[in-house]
Design a binder for this molecule. Structure first.
Ligand SMILES: Cc1cc2nc3c(=O)[nH]c(=O)nc-3n(C[C@H](O)[C@H](O)[C@H](O)COP(=O)(O)O)c2cc1C
Length: 188
Protein backbone atom coordinates (compact mmCIF):
# COMPACT_ATOMS: atom_id res chain seq x y z
CA UNK A 1 0.00 0.00 0.00
CA UNK A 2 1.45 3.37 -0.87
CA UNK A 3 1.89 5.84 1.95
CA UNK A 4 -0.65 8.38 0.70
CA UNK A 5 -3.31 5.70 0.36
CA UNK A 6 -2.50 4.39 3.83
CA UNK A 7 -2.78 7.88 5.34
CA UNK A 8 -6.06 8.63 3.58
CA UNK A 9 -7.59 5.19 4.08
CA UNK A 10 -6.72 4.63 7.74
CA UNK A 11 -9.65 4.90 10.12
CA UNK A 12 -10.02 4.38 13.83
CA UNK A 13 -11.55 0.92 13.98
CA UNK A 14 -13.22 0.16 17.29
CA UNK A 15 -15.18 -2.91 16.23
CA UNK A 16 -12.90 -5.90 15.79
CA UNK A 17 -13.21 -9.68 16.02
CA UNK A 18 -11.75 -11.60 18.96
CA UNK A 19 -9.61 -13.79 16.65
CA UNK A 20 -6.03 -14.06 17.87
CA UNK A 21 -3.43 -12.12 15.93
CA UNK A 22 -0.03 -13.68 15.28
CA UNK A 23 2.66 -12.25 17.51
CA UNK A 24 4.93 -11.53 14.50
CA UNK A 25 2.27 -9.28 12.98
CA UNK A 26 2.01 -7.27 16.18
CA UNK A 27 5.80 -7.15 16.50
CA UNK A 28 5.94 -5.51 13.06
CA UNK A 29 3.54 -2.79 14.19
CA UNK A 30 5.66 -2.03 17.24
CA UNK A 31 8.76 -1.98 15.08
CA UNK A 32 7.11 0.58 12.79
CA UNK A 33 6.52 2.77 15.84
CA UNK A 34 10.22 2.69 16.70
CA UNK A 35 11.12 4.25 13.33
CA UNK A 36 9.41 7.52 14.20
CA UNK A 37 11.50 10.67 14.13
CA UNK A 38 12.80 11.54 17.59
CA UNK A 39 14.92 14.56 18.38
CA UNK A 40 18.42 13.67 19.63
CA UNK A 41 17.44 10.04 19.00
CA UNK A 42 16.33 9.59 22.57
CA UNK A 43 14.06 6.65 21.63
CA UNK A 44 11.66 7.66 24.39
CA UNK A 45 9.17 4.79 23.95
CA UNK A 46 8.27 1.58 25.67
CA UNK A 47 5.47 -0.78 24.68
CA UNK A 48 3.51 -3.35 26.66
CA UNK A 49 1.71 -5.78 24.36
CA UNK A 50 -1.27 -7.33 26.09
CA UNK A 51 -3.48 -10.24 25.06
CA UNK A 52 -5.62 -13.03 26.53
CA UNK A 53 -6.00 -13.03 30.31
CA UNK A 54 -3.48 -10.18 30.60
CA UNK A 55 -6.25 -7.93 29.23
CA UNK A 56 -8.43 -8.83 32.25
CA UNK A 57 -5.60 -7.92 34.62
CA UNK A 58 -5.32 -4.51 32.94
CA UNK A 59 -9.11 -4.14 33.04
CA UNK A 60 -9.10 -4.98 36.77
CA UNK A 61 -6.54 -2.24 37.41
CA UNK A 62 -8.80 0.23 35.60
CA UNK A 63 -11.89 -1.04 37.45
CA UNK A 64 -10.08 -0.57 40.79
CA UNK A 65 -9.36 3.05 39.82
CA UNK A 66 -12.98 3.62 38.85
CA UNK A 67 -14.20 2.18 42.17
CA UNK A 68 -11.72 4.34 44.10
CA UNK A 69 -13.08 7.44 42.32
CA UNK A 70 -16.71 6.34 42.80
CA UNK A 71 -16.94 4.31 46.02
CA UNK A 72 -20.67 3.66 45.62
CA UNK A 73 -20.30 2.06 42.21
CA UNK A 74 -22.61 -0.86 41.48
CA UNK A 75 -21.06 -4.26 40.69
CA UNK A 76 -22.52 -3.93 37.18
CA UNK A 77 -20.74 -0.62 36.60
CA UNK A 78 -17.50 -2.15 37.89
CA UNK A 79 -17.96 -5.07 35.48
CA UNK A 80 -18.51 -2.59 32.64
CA UNK A 81 -15.22 -0.85 33.49
CA UNK A 82 -13.48 -4.21 33.66
CA UNK A 83 -14.88 -5.26 30.28
CA UNK A 84 -13.36 -2.29 28.43
CA UNK A 85 -10.13 -4.19 27.83
CA UNK A 86 -12.00 -7.05 26.14
CA UNK A 87 -12.89 -4.92 23.14
CA UNK A 88 -9.97 -6.22 21.07
CA UNK A 89 -7.73 -9.29 21.18
CA UNK A 90 -4.57 -7.19 21.47
CA UNK A 91 -3.87 -3.96 23.32
CA UNK A 92 -0.57 -2.15 22.90
CA UNK A 93 0.16 0.23 25.76
CA UNK A 94 2.44 2.99 24.47
CA UNK A 95 4.53 4.65 27.15
CA UNK A 96 6.79 7.71 26.89
CA UNK A 97 9.87 7.73 29.10
CA UNK A 98 11.58 11.08 29.38
CA UNK A 99 14.18 11.57 32.10
CA UNK A 100 15.13 15.03 30.87
CA UNK A 101 15.04 18.04 33.20
CA UNK A 102 14.45 20.21 30.12
CA UNK A 103 10.74 20.81 29.44
CA UNK A 104 11.45 21.25 25.73
CA UNK A 105 13.06 17.83 25.52
CA UNK A 106 10.25 16.28 27.50
CA UNK A 107 7.78 17.78 25.07
CA UNK A 108 9.78 16.53 22.11
CA UNK A 109 9.99 13.05 23.59
CA UNK A 110 6.24 12.99 23.94
CA UNK A 111 5.82 14.26 20.40
CA UNK A 112 8.07 11.44 19.17
CA UNK A 113 5.96 8.80 20.87
CA UNK A 114 2.85 10.31 19.25
CA UNK A 115 4.59 10.06 15.87
CA UNK A 116 5.38 6.43 16.70
CA UNK A 117 1.75 5.77 17.45
CA UNK A 118 0.73 7.10 14.06
CA UNK A 119 3.32 4.83 12.43
CA UNK A 120 1.82 1.94 14.33
CA UNK A 121 -1.72 2.81 13.23
CA UNK A 122 -0.66 3.13 9.59
CA UNK A 123 1.25 -0.16 9.71
CA UNK A 124 -1.82 -1.87 11.17
CA UNK A 125 -4.01 -0.47 8.42
CA UNK A 126 -1.53 -1.51 5.71
CA UNK A 127 -1.60 -5.04 7.17
CA UNK A 128 -5.40 -5.24 7.03
CA UNK A 129 -5.82 -4.86 10.79
CA UNK A 130 -8.20 -2.50 12.55
CA UNK A 131 -6.71 -0.27 15.23
CA UNK A 132 -7.76 2.60 17.43
CA UNK A 133 -5.79 4.90 19.74
CA UNK A 134 -7.65 5.15 23.04
CA UNK A 135 -6.91 7.42 25.97
CA UNK A 136 -9.45 8.81 28.44
CA UNK A 137 -8.99 8.85 32.21
CA UNK A 138 -7.52 5.34 31.87
CA UNK A 139 -4.04 6.58 30.92
CA UNK A 140 -3.58 8.66 34.09
CA UNK A 141 -4.96 6.26 36.68
CA UNK A 142 -2.47 5.34 39.41
CA UNK A 143 -3.64 1.72 39.40
CA UNK A 144 -3.15 1.40 35.63
CA UNK A 145 0.23 3.14 35.75
CA UNK A 146 1.40 0.85 38.56
CA UNK A 147 0.10 -2.19 36.68
CA UNK A 148 2.27 -1.22 33.69
CA UNK A 149 5.28 -0.49 35.91
CA UNK A 150 5.33 3.21 35.03
CA UNK A 151 7.95 5.19 36.90
CA UNK A 152 7.73 8.93 37.66
CA UNK A 153 9.42 9.81 34.35
CA UNK A 154 6.90 7.81 32.35
CA UNK A 155 3.58 8.76 30.84
CA UNK A 156 1.07 6.51 29.11
CA UNK A 157 0.42 8.11 25.71
CA UNK A 158 -2.29 5.74 24.62
CA UNK A 159 -3.59 2.23 24.32
CA UNK A 160 -3.84 0.96 20.76
CA UNK A 161 -6.51 -1.70 20.44
CA UNK A 162 -5.87 -4.03 17.50
CA UNK A 163 -7.84 -6.80 15.80
CA UNK A 164 -9.38 -7.99 12.57
CA UNK A 165 -12.03 -5.44 11.58
CA UNK A 166 -15.63 -6.52 12.03
CA UNK A 167 -18.62 -5.12 10.18
CA UNK A 168 -18.64 -2.25 7.71
CA UNK A 169 -15.72 0.17 7.77
CA UNK A 170 -16.31 3.15 10.05
CA UNK A 171 -17.45 6.33 8.34
CA UNK A 172 -14.77 8.82 7.34
CA UNK A 173 -15.06 11.85 9.60
CA UNK A 174 -15.12 15.02 7.51
CA UNK A 175 -11.89 16.97 7.25
CA UNK A 176 -11.61 20.63 6.27
CA UNK A 177 -9.75 21.06 2.99
CA UNK A 178 -6.05 21.53 3.68
CA UNK A 179 -6.30 24.81 1.75
CA UNK A 180 -8.53 26.17 4.52
CA UNK A 181 -5.79 25.69 7.13
CA UNK A 182 -2.75 26.52 5.02
CA UNK A 183 -1.13 29.88 4.42
CA UNK A 184 1.30 29.97 1.50
CA UNK A 185 4.14 32.47 1.77
CA UNK A 186 6.66 33.32 -0.94
CA UNK A 187 4.76 31.36 -3.59
CA UNK A 188 3.55 32.86 -6.89
C1 LIG B 1 -4.60 11.45 21.27
C2 LIG B 1 -5.81 10.69 20.78
C3 LIG B 1 -6.66 10.11 21.69
C4 LIG B 1 -7.79 9.38 21.28
N1 LIG B 1 -8.58 8.79 22.23
C5 LIG B 1 -9.68 8.11 21.84
C6 LIG B 1 -10.50 7.47 22.81
O1 LIG B 1 -10.22 7.50 24.01
N2 LIG B 1 -11.59 6.81 22.37
C7 LIG B 1 -11.90 6.74 21.04
O2 LIG B 1 -12.92 6.14 20.70
N3 LIG B 1 -11.12 7.31 20.09
C8 LIG B 1 -10.02 7.98 20.45
N4 LIG B 1 -9.19 8.55 19.50
C9 LIG B 1 -9.49 8.35 18.08
C10 LIG B 1 -10.21 9.58 17.50
O3 LIG B 1 -11.50 9.64 18.04
C11 LIG B 1 -10.25 9.45 15.97
O4 LIG B 1 -8.93 9.56 15.47
C12 LIG B 1 -11.12 10.54 15.33
O5 LIG B 1 -12.46 10.29 15.59
C13 LIG B 1 -10.94 10.63 13.83
O6 LIG B 1 -11.25 9.39 13.22
P1 LIG B 1 -10.20 8.64 12.29
O7 LIG B 1 -9.05 8.22 13.17
O8 LIG B 1 -10.95 7.45 11.75
O9 LIG B 1 -9.77 9.56 11.20
C14 LIG B 1 -8.06 9.26 19.89
C15 LIG B 1 -7.19 9.84 18.96
C16 LIG B 1 -6.07 10.54 19.39
C17 LIG B 1 -5.12 11.14 18.37
Amino acid sequence: MNVTDAIRGRRSVGRVRQDAIARERIARLVEAATWAPNHKVTEPWRFVVITGAARDALGAAHADAVVRANPGLTPEARDAALALTSRAPVIIACVCRSESEDPVMRREDRDAVCAGLQNLLLAAHADGLGAIWRTGAFIDEDEVRAHLGCGPAEEIIGFVYVGVPEGPPPPTPPRAAAAAVTEWRGWD
